[in-house]
Ligand binder design. Structure first.
Ligand code: GSH
Length: 204
């Protein structure tokens, strides 16, 4: 397996953390320099016409883009430890929370970063400050909901660490770059985020 990666980008890091939690390594890592717009070169467009990393290329040449598609492939080929839930109800809850973490938290944080950070002006054209600010507000609203959830359970989807924690934790990690400050009263979020950062996989 070959992973098309970019060390500084959050979505490829979700895959690296997932692989580390599974104890799985890929045969080759190809660094796609987003800062130099390598992802917009024709050679990369052949792999992923949407010009985004991560991309996983299998030994038979199959190309899998999209973080969740890659993680599901790894889950199916390496079921232990389960990171997408264990039975029908559990899997539904992991799916639900992972979608909330991706659509209601990580996506708004990414939009805030892309539309507010001067360093992203060349990547996000047009850069719309108002859209960035709207999304920063949405991320804060989701964080308050997450804090309520984490008051009742150690991890986002329940008692066990799952892919939903990876998605949510990466959103938290990205907040500094997006210039969003986690309100100090969200103590459950702070406790959970500290626990994630203490996991060996988090340095991936
Ligand atoms: N929905 C995609 C998002 C991937 C994505 O946005 N990747 C970023 C890096 S974190 C990227 O390649 N950005 C390049 C660009 O948008 O120009 C996934 O879940 O993998």
């Amino acid at each position: 397996m070959k992973l098309y990666d970019y060390a500084r980008a959050p979505n490829p890091r979700r895959v690296r953390i997932f692989l580390a939690e599974k104890g799985v390594s890929v045969d080759e890592v190809v660094e796609v320099d987003l800062a130099a717009f390598a992802h917009r070169e024709p050679a990369f467009a052949k792999l992923n016409p949407f010009a985004r990393v991560p991309v996983l290329e299998l030994d038979d040449g199959t190309v899998i883009a999209e973080t969740m598609a890659i993680c599901r492939y790894i889950e199916d080929t390496h079921p232990e430890p389960p990171l997408f839930g264990t039975d029908a109800k559990d899997r539904a809850l992991v799916e639900m929370w992972n979608r909330h973490m991706e659509l209601d938290l990580l996506y708004p944080v990414a939009m805030a970063f892309r539309h507010l950070h001067p360093g992203m002006a060349e990547h996000e054209k047009p850069q719309v400050r108002e859209w960035g600010e709207i999304n920063a507000g949405r991320a804060l609203a989701s964080l308050a909901i997450l804090n309520g959830r984490l008051a009742a359970s150690p991890f986002v989807a329940g008692q066990a660490f799952t892919v939903a924690d990876i998605t949510g934790g990466i959103a938290l990690d990205m907040m500094k770059a997006a210039r969003i400050t986690v309100p100090p009263e969200l103590t459950h979020v702070a406790r959970w985020h500290a626990a994630l950062r203490a996991r060996p996989s988090w340095s991936a």
